[in-house]
Design a protein around this ligand. Structure first.
Ligand code: HEM
Length: 477
């Protein structure tokens, strides 16, 4: 169900509560207002809550519960994915990205997540073309396979002891290295470890209190960002020195090369813009993709039938390839139909990104909601969870059922399946995320059996497994 409802939320308080978890609830019904035209103009139905705190505490309380969408469900005006589609497809004349202050501060003005207009389209287009290119997919496939082989050797060693592997940590470490290499060309080693360390400090501040004083998390995170920027700008300058006078594009190996060689005339991409964006692009490498992998393994562990079918599909591919004396290509992984259904279903039910935020830059009338106006300055949370878990859209929505995708088209522009957003800001890394998850699952199920230990999903402030998804592995003979 995609609601269009007014709620009063205080973001500083949401951030405070993510640290301190205090609760308080209130509600005030919004009344229609007259906009002066022939048609009556109304705000979305709902309440703004108490002054300052609004309904923040009810929101947080639901977010921490096992049913976070209950907050939105209670405030539904209509069951319709159209509102979410309308906001996602709208341009910068209606809505612009808007995030809590700590996040805006850390990302900076030149981040693709906040940029608008021609510059956003330029960076999005270049990055999207690079991330979808067959050359990069082939390289990532080879890198990831050999990195996984090394990790799995270590897991075999551990199997003699307690055999415990924490999937979330392993996935983070592997995916981060592979994507950072693709983004900035950095190899494993001291600088990679330094970058990873600084990145952990940086990411901890994304959802923190917006106070920039020595000793606060935001302050530490800004310092860590500065150190990462220094490292990345050093890489950029080194590239400029080596490639001076040559065609950088012809030698392109990573995203920095692409961005450096394509900034022209009035849309020139400065070193600062490139380095800021490289840091933003690392967020899915540390967070979204590893969480996708971890959730898939959790859901498979709880659904033996799905695990068995996935295992059969992957064993069959491995057998075919080894009989033909061939190695697996990225196209092989992406053609595993059932494995792709498992990933799609994980994205639907896991809601790794719960939703996205926008701010109205003028009064916006949302199509399908006759006369309802989102007033200028209001923030909109397009809450994907509500649509992905709506019984009117998906039968038995809380059941992990990869087979449902045999019949169903994902149709990402419909508004019913939006784990990667939509419109001009549709995630440029969506294929890359699927590919990396497929490779991880393939190597795991063809090399190991496992028993999952008890763990639970935490949804706030970001989605993750509470204990990091420990599994006890036994190598397959
Ligand atoms: C499971 C993995 C992933 C999920 C669930 C995910 C989800 C999303 C969503 C929902 C958006 C839309 C944000 C908005 O509209 O404000 C987005 C945008 C974006 N994603 Fe992803 N993403 C994933 C993986 C990746 C990867 C692997 C990369 C690249 C390394 C990436 C890079 C980006 C970028 C650069 C944007 C901003 C696009 C723009 O504003 O023009 N994502 N992603």
């Amino acid at each position: 169900m995609q609601p269009l409802a007014a709620v009063g939320l205080s973001w500083p308080l949401i951030l405070a509560a993510s640290v301190a978890a205090a609760l308080l609830v209130a509600a005030v019904i919004l009344r229609p207002f007259s906009g002066g035209g022939a048609k009556p103009r109304r705000h979305p139905a709902g309440t703004l809550g108490w002054p300052l705190v609004g309904e923040t505490l009810a929101f947080i309380s639901a977010a921490y519960s096992s049913h976070p969408e209950s907050f939105v469900e209670k405030r539904c005006l209509r069951a319709d994915a159209e509102a979410s589609r309308a906001v996602l497809q709208s341009d910068a004349a209606a809505f612009v990205p808007w995030y809590p202050r700590s996040l805006m501060e850390l990302m900076g003005d030149s981040s693709i997540l906040v940029l608008g207009g021609a510059l956003q389209r330029r960076v999005h287009g270049l990055a999207g073309a690079f991330l979808k290119s067959p050359e990069l997919k082939a390289r990532v496939t080879a890198d990831m396979s050999s990195r996984l082989a090394a990790a799995m050797d270590a897991w075999r060693g551990r199997a003699a002891g307690d055999g415990v592997v924490r999937v979330q940590d392993e996935a983070k470490s592997i995916v981060f290295e592979i994507l950072v290499r693709a983004l900035i060309g950095l190899e494993q080693g001291q600088e990679m470890n330094y970058l990873r360390q600084q990145f952990h400090v940086f990411i901890a501040g994304l959802i923190s209190l917006p106070i920039k004083l020595p000793g606060t998390q935001l302050y530490r995170s800004l310092k860590a960002k500065k150190r990462m920027t220094c490292l990345i700008q050093k890489i950029i300058q080194e590239k400029r020195r080596i490639f001076e006078g040559n065609d950088l594009c012809a030698a392109s190996r990573d995203l920095i090369d692409i961005l450096m060689s394509n900034g022209s005339d009035e849309l020139s991409l400065t070193d600062e813009l490139i380095s800021d964006n490289m840091i933003d692009f690392m967020i899915p490498a540390e967070d979204s993709v590893p969480v996708l992998i971890t959730l898939a393994i959790k859901y498979l562990s709880e659904c033996p039938l799905a695990l068995q079918q996935l295992e059969e599909e992957n064993m069959e591919l491995k057998r075919q390839k080894s009989d033909a004396g061939e190695t697996l290509e990225w196209t092989d992984y992406m053609s595993l139909t059932f494995t792709q259904h498992v990933i799609t279903e994980t994205l639907r039910i896991g809601n790794i990104i719960n939703g996205i935020m926008r701010k109205a830059v003028r009064d916006v009338e949302v199509k399908g909601y006759d006369g309802v106006i989102i007033p200028k300055g209001w923030c909109v949370l397009v809450y994907f969870r509500s649509v992905h878990l709506d019984a009117a859209v998906y039968d038995d929505p809380y059941a992990f059922n990869p087979w449902r995708w045999k019949e169903r088209d994902m149709n990402i522009s419909s508004g019913f399946f939006t784990p990667f957003g939509g419109g001009q800001r549709l995630c440029p890394g969506l294929d890359m995320a699927r590919l990396q998850a497929s490779i991880f699952l393939h190597h795991l199920v063809t090399n190991f059996r496992w028993v999952a230990e008890e763990d639970s999903v935490v949804n706030f402030p970001t989605v993750r497994l509470k204990r990091g998804m420990p599994i006890r592995v036994t190598p397959k003979t």
